[in-house]
Design a protein around this ligand. Structure first.
Ligand SMILES: Nc1nc2c(c(=O)[nH]1)N[C@H]1C(S)=C(S)[C@@H](COP(=O)(O)OP(=O)(O)OC[C@H]3O[C@@H](n4cnc5c(=O)[nH]c(N)nc54)[C@H](O)[C@@H]3O)O[C@H]1N2
Ligand SMILES: Nc1nc2c(c(=O)[nH]1)N[C@H]1C(S)=C(S)[C@@H](COP(=O)(O)OP(=O)(O)OC[C@H]3O[C@@H](n4cnc5c(=O)[nH]c(N)nc54)[C@H](O)[C@@H]3O)O[C@H]1N2
Ligand code: SF4
Ligand SMILES: [Mo]
Length: 867
């Protein structure tokens, strides 16, 4: 690590927290406006994230190490040949909201200005594209009209389709702090699940899947009936109200009809409506429960409509607030890295095409939108894409119908993957694998949810030959320019130089109604770039003056209708609604967080949650397995059952994370074959119809040791611990003791009524015999679900065999769940403190067990113990 203190930005979620890296520790940056010193559990584990066991160090072509110059030349030649032989649209890039702005800018320039195709799309298609489209329709530009500080002024905070306590924890903590200071501020959560976020709300609306448009149209109707519209605002600053009025005056948007469509009580729904229309300042925060739907764009516009009609926008503490998922999803949108945008908030109209082309002075320019992510992989499957470069995303896990994505990649003649690890699932499909410099080793700019640009700064040297993504792209860009006989458009000598050019390009918006314009920074010195302090474009509220981004300055109402979309399980005999999302302690496909012990305990294996009645109907109980498959696909996945009353009947929930070495066989997107929103192309990850059936498991197993278990099985999950790993397995075939006789190690075994136990005697103590031999690994196997205390068992490794402790841990009566990851406090410890030590509130609990006193991400869960 370099000397002194580096101020940088967290590489996970779109809150965009500042991080201070000191010699020995990483802490929240108290001067950063996004977090004022706070970090969540993932941010607090950033130092551990750097100790990644499987970094990719050198470029590898067909598995063989090659030099960077060879690799770059190879890519440029592949691009050039495909462009010549199959046309420019046969080349594509699939990039990521986790790239830095500079990486994104040069990738976009390469594709749209030099290849001459807009076939560059990003994982933000899976994440933010519905919100982008809703913004563009309503405001004329993709602008988030509020700031985090607005939360301090809101009277009502609505969280719709987001589990903010887990996914944007530092922002949620801020909301809770506001409510502690101002108890009149109300929180409403709209989510079909009773999430940890919903548990904290004054009102939770557990709506039916994808019924959000009905709910918000109903709000408008209520505002009309109660004469709570802001007529002056509608008149002066909007267009299109009449068409919307016609929609919401239909009978189906009356309160009782909406309540029935959404599956809510009239009382709960009218309480929300009353709070909204009487509040002086309401904010509606939304995320994937809104965006990832077949009607995701309409949902976004339904929310925006409600704010426009009541004049709750542009004022302090009021407005719709699309939360960005990834650290630089917003920066990618600014650059224009979505296939349906050209650059800097411009689309494919003739003026924009001309202006961008003029600025780049490039040999070509893309003149039409390219393929959106799902279309891109479909074109790949049809063989239309000959060369695909994937950077900083793991689509074989994260795309819907990921088996089809795998097959398409396997058939593509030329796949290039840039990643930080060779262990990511997509790396297995690379013809050429490029080692990328990761967080802390590269630098550049990121923009968070509130349009604030912050710097990620370098404080480590990249390992091996790992290289920053922008440099890898520029190297190829320069070589391609030479092949095209064009002037080198990629001769940047630093990130700062890339950023200045990007800032200058955004100057084409100066004389337009668009708000996005960074041209003030086009001549910024290297030093100013290096010393950049977090800065918002558009200021606190870009629409404070009520001048929206359409040429006439007016916002547009969109007359959205609640369609038949949504997973109406009752009408689909034998099918179940599979809802998917995130866990508190993991990041996406686990490549960066799966190897961190502290983060591995909150969901230890692929788990499918369902309520007791659903479980009864499927004839499963806790610890058994469900086999899930999409209604129209053959491949099935196995996940462990956990009964969870936060879900409604017929609804299953699984996290999106399980992948790679952790549980490659249980990837949820094998069963999620989502429809896409027709406007944004964003997949409806939250509403799949699946077949679910009890898996007939003959052997349930747990293995604790330093190396993988000597057992093969259809289901296998790995939980990383620093000293010994934990593997859980399940097999439809019985696994008998004999498997151990095939292993090279010496095992001592016991057959018990509950199953059998095998203890491997560590090689170094073999000669001493069982009584003094040390435990090398432990294997438990049982015909019924195991209830083993893996933490207690791990402690026995390396110790002389302790029979009683072993039995107690192997067949525990109750297995504890980790609640506080930082201080390793479990639910059992908390319950004991409450029952036996008279702890009766959060403060007492925190002083007794210290849980929730480090990052605070578990505080919402701790509060549940006192509800
Ligand atoms: N811990 C953690 N935090 C993260 C990430 C991570 O991987 N791990 N990833 C980041 C990224 S990229 C993103 S995009 C964000 C996502 O952040 P969120 O959107 O907050 O998280 P999700 O869990 O995907 O889904 C949110 C909720 O939508 C609900 N939902 C499902 N269907 C509907 C519906 O029809 N209507 C409504 N109103 N709600 C519905 C689900 O029940 C779920 O609770 O998180 C970011 N933060
Ligand atoms: N079922 C279901 N599926 C979903 C979702 C859902 O809610 N449900 N959510 C969707 C959403 S919102 C999102 S954002 C996506 C996320 O899905 P992905 O983007 O596929 O997930 P990540 O694991 O973040 O992938 C990032 C990859 O980049 C690598 N990497 C990390 N840093 C760098 C770097 O600096 N350079 C390079 N070149 N590589 C790097 C990592 O090792 C990893 O392989 O998943 C989507 N898929
Ligand atoms: S809330 Fe957590 S994950 Fe998100 S930026 Fe802040 S520290 Fe990082
Ligand atoms: Mo996302």
């Amino acid at each position: 690590m370099m000397q002194g203190c580096t101020q940088t930005t967290c590489p996970y979620c779109g809150v965009g927290c500042g991080v201070e890296v000191k010699q020995q520790e990483m802490v929240g940056d108290a001067t950063h406006p996004a977090n004022q010193g706070a970090l969540c559990v993932k941010g607090a584990a950033l130092a551990e994230s750097l100790r990644m066991p499987t970094r990719l160090l050198y470029p590898k072509l067909s598995g063989q190490q090659v030099s960077w110059s060879h690799a770059s030349e190879w890519i440029a030649e592949q691009f050039f040949q495909a462009m010549q032989q199959h046309g420019t649209d046969s080349v594509a890039m699939y990039v990521s909201g986790q790239l830095l702005t500079e990486d994104y800018y040069v990738a976009n320039k390469l594709m749209k200005g030099y290849v001459g195709s807009a076939n560059i799309d990003t994982n933000s298609r899976l994440c933010m594209s519905s919100a982008v489209a809703a913004h563009v329709r309503a405001f004329g530009e993709d602008v988030v009209p509020v700031s985090y500080d607005d939360l301090e002024h809101a009277e009502l905070i609505v969280i719709c389709g987001a589990n903010t306590a887990w996914t944007h924890p530092v922002l949620f903590r801020r909301i809770q702090q506001v409510r502690e200071r101002k108890p009149n501020v109300k929180l409403v959560v709209i989510d079909p699940r009773k999430t940890v976020t919903a548990e904290q709300a004054d009102l939770h609306l557990a709506l039916a899947n994808d019924s959000d448009v009905a709910l918000f149209n109903g709000l408008l109707r209520y505002a009309i009936d109660q004469q709570k519209l802001d007529d002056a605002f509608i008149e002066a600053h909007t267009q299109g109200f009449k068409a919307l009025l016609e929609v919401v005056m239909q009978e189906k948007y009356q309160l009782p009809d909406v309540a029935s469509r959404c599956g809510l009580s009239i009382e709960a729904l009218s309480t929300f409506y009353r709070w909204f229309v009487t509040s002086q300042a309401s904010m509606t925060l939304f995320c994937q429960g809104v965006n990832q739907a077949q009607n995701g764009v309409d949902k976004g516009n339904a929310i925006i409509n409600a704010h426009l009609a009541t004049g709750q926008i542009g004022e302090r503490g009021a407005g719709p607030f699309s939360l960005t998922g990834q650290p630089n999803a917003m920066g990618g949108r600014e650059v224009g890295g979505l296939a349906n945008q050209l650059a800097v908030h411009r689309g494919f109209d003739p003026n924009s095409i001309h202006a961008v082309h003029q600025f780049w002075q490039s040999p070509r320019i893309a003149e039409k939108p390219g393929l959106k992510a799902v279309e891109l992989f479909e074109a790949l499957a049809r063989g239309e894409i000959k060369v695909l470069w994937i950077i900083a995303t793991n689509p074989v896990v994260s795309m819907p119908d990921n088996q089809a994505v795998r097959e398409a990649l396997a058939d593509c003649p030329c796949v290039i993957v840039s990643d930080i690890t060779a262990d990511s699932d997509v790396a297995q499909y690379a013809d050429l694998l490029l080692p990328a410099a990761g967080w802390g080793e590269k630098q550049g700019m990121v923009t968070n949810s509130e349009r604030r640009l912050s710097r990620q700064r370098r404080f480590l040297s990249p390992p091996g030959e790992a290289k920053a993504d922008w440099q890898a792209v520029c190297d190829v860009g320069s070589l391609l320019c030479a092949k095209l006989g064009a002037k080198d458009g990629f001769a940047f000598d630093s990130e700062a130089a890339v950023f200045r050019e990007f800032a200058a390009l955004s100057g084409i918006n100066r004389d337009s109604p668009l708000k996005f314009d960074l041209s003030a920074y086009q001549t910024m010195s290297d030093e100013d770039y290096q010393n950049w302090a977090p800065t918002q474009w558009g200021g606190e509220s870009p629409y404070r003056n009520k001048q929206f981004s359409y040429p006439d300055g007016k916002a547009r109402f969109i007359a959205v209708e609640q369609g038949a979309t949504g997973t109406n399980v009752e009408n689909q005999a034998g099918l179940w609604w599979l809802n998917t999302g995130r866990q508190r302690d993991q990041w996406h496909t686990m490549t960066r967080t799966g190897h961190i012990e502290k983060l591995s305990g909150s969901e230890v294996e692929p788990t499918v949650y369902l309520n007791a009645l659903s479980a009864q109907r499927l004839e499963v109980t806790n610890g058994e397995f469900l086999s899930l498959r999409h209604a129209e696909r053959d491949h099935a996945l196995l996940a462990k059952v956990a009964v969870d009353e936060s879900l409604s009947l017929g609804q299953l929930f699984m996290s999106m994370h399980w992948a790679g070495v952790y549980a490659g066989g249980s990837q949820v997107n094998a069963a999620v074959c989502a429809e896409v929103d027709p406007i944004s192309g964003q997949p409806a990850f939250k509403s799949s119809l699946v077949r679910a059936s009890k898996a007939n498991i003959a052997t349930f197993g747990l293995y604790i040791g330093k190396n993988p278990p000597p057992v093969t099985s259809a289901y296998r999950a790995y939980q990383h611990q620093d000293k010994v790993g934990i593997w859980r397995f399940a097999s439809e075939e019985p696994i008998s003791l004999e498997v151990l006789s095939r292993s090279n190690s010496k095992y001592v075994t016991w057959q018990l009524p509950q199953g059998w136990i095998g203890i491997e005697i560590a090689a170094e103590s073999l000669s001493t015999g069982l009584t003094e031999g040390k435990v090398g690994s432990i294997l438990l196997s049982s015909p019924t679900p195991l209830n083993a205390d893996y933490q207690a068992l791990s402690v026995l490794i390396g110790q002389p065999v302790q029979w009683q402790a072993l039995m107690q841990a192997a067949f525990a009566t109750r297995v504890s769940q980790l609640v506080c990851s930082c201080l390793r406090v479990t639910d059992v410890q908390i319950e004991q403190a409450i029952a036996k030590q008279g702890v009766s509130n959060l403060v007492q609990l925190q002083s007794q067990l210290k849980c929730g006193t480090n990052c605070g991400s578990c505080v919402p869960q701790l509060k549940q113990f006192f509800n």
